[in-house]
Design a protein around this ligand. Structure first.
Ligand code: 1GP
Length: 257
């Protein structure tokens, strides 16, 4: 069953308002290995995940639909598309990050691809999550930086990130996603997350290179509402219970205070 329309954005806004923390597992249809994947889905019954993100910059086979089907068979967790381009639209998901690559200056990823996607999105029942997507230098050229033909934000310029996020909020975007890129050598710095947290009232999603519980903790502590982990869990499934414990730690301290 799909999530009711508008619930995803409301859920994310509530995290921001209440201080609750959440985490998402990013599944790249190209990398998923069936048996390990089903084992991971089954483990999420014990160690709950708030969202599954499905996507990647480049996808080399038509497996989105099968992947989403498999998730549905094993889990009730909402599924959000994290598309690299309009070919990645799959109406059987619950929602889609409609990404504006506001760290870059490539009109294709600010409006061009959106024009192509718009009629398909209007026909679908996908909940649209308009997202200010900010790519941050994570110490290696990432696929998304190459494919989008854009320069990431400099790692050590929190004030540039803050101004970019403010512009995104003023333009009416509903989420800010700070991404160091999949497999980044270093995640977005806590200083940058805090600088963005201080100036925007939107939920903040942080991902890229978060491959330990400590790095997730640091991102939350700095002001992230939702942390996204892809490679880290692929390479070490035991990170799932550790991340779950970090999130629970934050959320329990809220209940007690
Ligand atoms: C990348 O934010 C995601 O877009 C997740 O990155 O695979 O490095 O966790 P990782």
């Amino acid at each position: 069953t799909k999530w009711p329309q508008q619930d995803l954005l409301t859920t994310l806004r509530n995290y921001k308002q209440t201080g609750q923390k959440a985490f998402a597992v990013l599944l790249d249809p190209d990398k998923v290995e069936q048996d390990a994947f089903i084992a991971l889905l089954d483990r999420t019954h014990t160690y709950p995940v708030d969202f599954f993100f499905v996507g990647g910059s480049l996808i080399t086979s038509y497996t989105h639909k099968e992947l989403i089907n498999t998730i549905r068979q094993h889990s009730a967790t909402p599924i959000i598309l994290f598309p690299g381009n309009p070919l990645h639209i799959e109406p059987s998901a619950d929602g889609i990050l409609l990404l504006s690559l506001i760290s870059g200056r490539n009109p294709e990823f600010l409006i061009g691809q959106h024009v192509i996607a718009a009629p398909l999105l209007k026909q679908s029942n996908l909940e649209i999550l308009p997202t200010g997507y900010m790519l941050v230098d994570g110490g290696a050229q990432t696929t998304v930086s190459y494919v989008s033909g854009t320069m990431p934000l400099p790692y050590d310029k929190p004030s540039v990130a803050a101004c970019t996020a403010m512009a995104g909020e003023l333009l009416g975007l509903r989420l800010i996603y700070l991404d160091a890129g999949s497999g980044a050598r270093r995640p977005v710095s806590p200083a940058m997350i805090t600088a963005v947290r201080e100036v925007v009232d939107l939920p903040i999603v942080v991902g890229g290179g978060i491959n330990t519980a400590e790095k997730a903790y640091a991102a939350f502590q700095a002001g992230a509402d939702l942390v996204v982990v892809g490679n880290g869990i692929e390479q070490n499934p035991d990170l799932l219970p550790e991340l779950s414990a970090v999130v629970q730690g934050f959320n329990q301290s809220l209940v007690q205070s």
